[in-house]
Design a protein around this ligand. Structure first.
Ligand code: PHE
Length: 337
């Protein structure tokens, strides 16, 4: 009977508990040194020996039951406390303060991505070629033997005898053609290095090579390809023109200009009053280069082009100092978000 009363009381009290302190008090009242259940346990001694086990079991069962009810209450109080804190802390989502700024690709990377997307869309594969090269891939296989005057155009950083930082992505042409036979349609974007340093030249800059080799590829294909590319990047009204040039690895070679997207030919600062902007070098792959890669020049022909990605970024974004693209001053870069 006494047990039942203790049980009823305890359950009733636990239901009304609202704070952890109240709960602690109840626990002391039940299980503390002078607690009700502790007292009952002591009284066991006074019972006749044959009643002890049954009574002991009943008291212990009640103890276990009440302890678990207390634990449960403790958990509920804890969760309620967290919820109350969350509700009262109140986060003001409407506050007008930028606390995360979203980054963006570097302007040169934006141009690279745009061009790579364009050429992939036209069936080209992207080829990644090493930045540290041998003299063979950077020069000799491209028909530039040692002591050839064309080496002067690309003042080279040598690492050791015959090992250098590539001066042009054209080395990628050789590496690709050694391993792959026509039909070939590839672009090779990447960093190149030359000992050159002024407002339009940086010792490290980016190029993108293009190479197409197949049966019956002609200069017309080159012109059509570059026209499509120029319209894509500079606008639909853009025209291109070829000027004769010289590269040891292409024959014939051309320098390619686009009509000025800014003044459309009447002359302005962007085109230095000429109406035309030079954007890249190109030509028909030299027979010797095909031969060096084990491709029969009587069966196959091809064209190649190489453009400076920093230069194209400077033209399209009217940047007059290439260093701005390398300093990575966030105040400058933010303009390209
Ligand atoms: N590699 C040449 C340069 O860096 C550009 C070029 C590439 C010219 C392919 C013709 C063909 O100036």
């Amino acid at each position: 009977m006494e047990l039942n009363k203790i049980r009823q009381d305890a359950i009733q009290k636990l239901q009304n508990v609202t704070t952890e302190r109240e709960l602690a008090e109840i626990k002391t009242l039940l299980f503390g040194k002078t607690g009700e259940l502790t007292g009952l346990m002591r009284k066991l001694k006074e019972l006749p020996a044959d009643e002890k086990p049954a009574a002991g079991k009943m008291i212990n069962d009640l103890r276990v039951e009440l302890l678990s009810l207390c634990d449960e209450k403790e958990r509920t109080l804890h969760i309620n406390a967290i919820e109350a804190k969350l509700n009262s802390d109140g986060i003001d989502l409407s506050i007008d303060k930028p606390f995360h700024t979203v980054g963006a690709a570097h302007p040169v990377n934006q141009v690279r991505k745009k061009l790579v997307d364009y050429f992939i869309g036209n069936g080209y594969v992207v080829y990644d070629s090493p930045e540290i090269e041998t003299d063979y891939y950077n020069f000799q296989a491209l028909n530039i033997p040692p002591d050839h005057p064309a080496r002067d155009m690309q003042d080279t950083f040598f690492i050791s005898d015959g090992i250098l930082l590539r001066t042009q992505t054209s080395s990628g042409q050789i590496r690709l053609m050694e391993k792959n036979k026509p039909p070939i349609k590839m672009i090779c974007p990447g960093r190149v290095f030359r000992n050159d340093d002024d407002s339009t030249h940086s010792p490290v800059f980016h190029q993108m090579e293009g190479l197409v080799v197949d049966k019956h590829v002609t200069l017309c294909d080159l012109k059509g390809t570059l026209e499509g590319f120029a319209k894509f990047i500079f606008g639909d009204e853009t025209e291109i023109r070829f000027r004769p040039s010289y590269f040891p690895f292409t024959e014939p070679s051309v320098e390619v200009d686009v009509s000025c997207f800014n003044c459309h030919g009447s002359g302005c600062r962007v085109c230095k009053n000429t109406g035309w902007i030079e954007i890249l070098g190109a030509g028909m792959v030299n027979r010797k280069v095909l031969e060096n890669c084990g491709i029969d020049p009587d069966e196959y022909s091809g064209f190649a082009f190489g453009m400076g990605l920093d230069r194209i970024t400077m033209i399209t974004s009217a940047i007059n100092d290439i260093k701005l693209l390398w300093e990575n001053d966030v105040r400058f870069l933010r303009m390209f978000r």
